[in-house]
Design a protein around this ligand. Structure first.
Ligand code: R5P
Length: 260
């Protein structure tokens, strides 16, 4: 692994863990609830995010280039909720990612779908490009409606992503999640998934880090919360400070201190 690639990976983590804020949902579902105006949603959350996962369109239009948050640039897409989601292509080149000063790029893989091979090729191509320039690739294990989110399937998808050279993998929390982590030789982070009550989302984050996740890449459970800043602070308390769900929930309820 080159020095540059290691340096970029290290930007994403603090003490081996990360709270990545995912706001890339519009790339296939349009103006997602809570993200209708990305700048308005993202700006107050930035001081609490270890990194920000988004597309180049939202990065250019909605994030001040003067801020310092590391960028995880989504570079696969080309599909919408109206059609087959797994039929993705690479939408943004590695050179563009570097121009945008991305710390990593993110590519979805759809293991078990009709387009499995194409999406794995997208990942492999971006890993090859990333190796040339020292840019890590986050593989996103996307799950189709018909696919089980169990340790066997997610373990398969995560391991394939690591074997193809992903530097980190995003997946879903599941029963026997430790098996997923044990079978994956690179850090695993979890997506939050659909909005659920705040306490349940904090429990999800807590269970995931207890079972070996290196953190979260959470979106809707933060920006669709009634108190997004409180929620991301509570998630940080769980992921970085090892706080219990009860303690974190109290942090959620408190008014925010001035950001760092
Ligand atoms: C999904 O493909 C997107 O990459 C999201 O970034 C990801 O699902 C995480 O967001 P959420 O916590 O809302 O599931």
């Amino acid at each position: 692994m080159s020095w540059g690639l290691q340096n970029r990976v290290s930007r994403l983590f603090k003490d081996g863990r990360t709270v990545m804020l995912a706001v890339d949902h519009g790339y296939f579902q349009g103006p997602t609830t809570g993200l209708e105006n990305p700048r308005r949603t993202v700006t107050p959350l930035l001081p609490y995010a270890d990194s920000l996962m988004l597309t180049r369109g939202v990065l250019r239009t909605s994030v001040d280039p003067g801020q310092a948050v590391p960028i995880v640039l989504r570079v696969s897409g080309g599909t919408s909720i109206l059609k087959e989601l797994s039929d993705e292509v690479v939408t943004t080149s590695m050179e563009e990612a570097i121009r945008l000063n991305a710390s990593a790029v993110a590519v979805s893989i759809f293991v078990g779908s009709d387009h499995e091979k194409d999406t794995l090729a997208n990942l492999a191509d971006m890993v090859n490009a990333g190796e040339r320039y020292g840019v890590p690739v986050l593989a996103v294990t996307a799950v189709g409606r018909e696919m089980a989110r169990d340790a066997r399937y997610l373990g398969l998808a995560c391991r394939i992503a690591a074997e193809l050279g992903a530097s980190l993998v995003k997946t879903y929390y599941c029963e026997d999640f430790r098996k997923v982590v044990e079978g994956c030789p690179v850090p695993v982070i979890i997506a939050g998934g659909k909005k659920i009550p705040e306490r349940d989302a904090l429990q999800l984050a807590s269970d995931a880090v207890r079972d070996g996740a290196a953190g979260v890449d959470m979106g809707r459970n933060i920006f669709q919360s009634s108190n997004p800043v409180g929620m991301i602070r509570a998630v940080r308390a769980v992921v970085h400070e090892g706080k219990s769900v009860e303690e974190a929930a109290r942090a959620f309820a408190k008014p925010a201190k001035p950001a760092r």
